[in-house]
Design a protein around this ligand. Sequence first.
Ligand SMILES: Cc1cc2nc3c(=O)[nH]c(=O)nc-3n(C[C@H](O)[C@H](O)[C@H](O)COP(=O)(O)O)c2cc1C
Length: 241
Amino acid sequence: MIDPATGALPFAPGVPAATPDEALLSRRSVRAFKPDAVPLALVEEILALASRTPSGTNIQPWKVRVLAGAVRDRISAAMLEAYAVEGAESFKRPYNYYPVKWREPYLARRRKLGWDLYGLLGISRDNKAGMDAQYTRNYKFFDAPVALIFTLDADMETGSWLDYGMFLQSIMLAARAKGLDTCAQAAIANAHRVLRRELAIPDSEQIVCGMSLGYARDDIVNHLVTAREPVRSFTRFLGFE
Ligand SMILES: Cc1cc2nc3c(=O)[nH]c(=O)nc-3n(C[C@H](O)[C@H](O)[C@H](O)COP(=O)(O)O)c2cc1C
């Protein structure tokens, strides 16, 4: 499945995935997109496929706003302006995505991602401005022509977050089958105040995350292939012959 010599995956972004295996293996977080527009009908088709995602008692808790063109540009500009004015410290998600207290093995994995990403881009560990510039590309949706904003009714419980994760992955895999790429973005939830104001999102909805959607550009940042732990490190097989 994965080339043991190079660690390379056999499939790449850009090329449509023909099978579920290809979709899974070619999906990666794409952080540079071509400007090519994605037709509304194609986005709608991807969302229709993703709507087949299972959810506990079929409650389908997801709510999506799809931004393109001038609306996408306006939201992007508003988030960048708020980030510049408010600063990174007040740009916080309204929920905890990550553990409050980081510990191993998660800390090492998180650090590796950061060093690998910044290393690929030639951003050294002491170059805070370079890291910040890369981070703020989140608010440009990495130049993707389409941005999705995901919300959940605020009174929903933990199970709905489980359903939501599956829904997000369904979108990402359906996109791969159409030759499109994505990047899920928790960073977008950091701009929750701006998004509420600009998109008239009521307090009754929790902002979950965003996602960039478009055609991958051949940029060094998209060459990042992240590591995974071997199956036997996180699985115990019980009762097999
Ligand atoms: C829900 C979710 C939120 C994420 N948020 C961000 C984000 O804000 N910015 C970003 O560049 N990557 C984001 N990522 C991408 C992860 O860093 C990426 O999935 C992980 O490093 C594994 O790499 P891969 O997606 O290329 O396999 C997010 C991924 C998920 C699933």
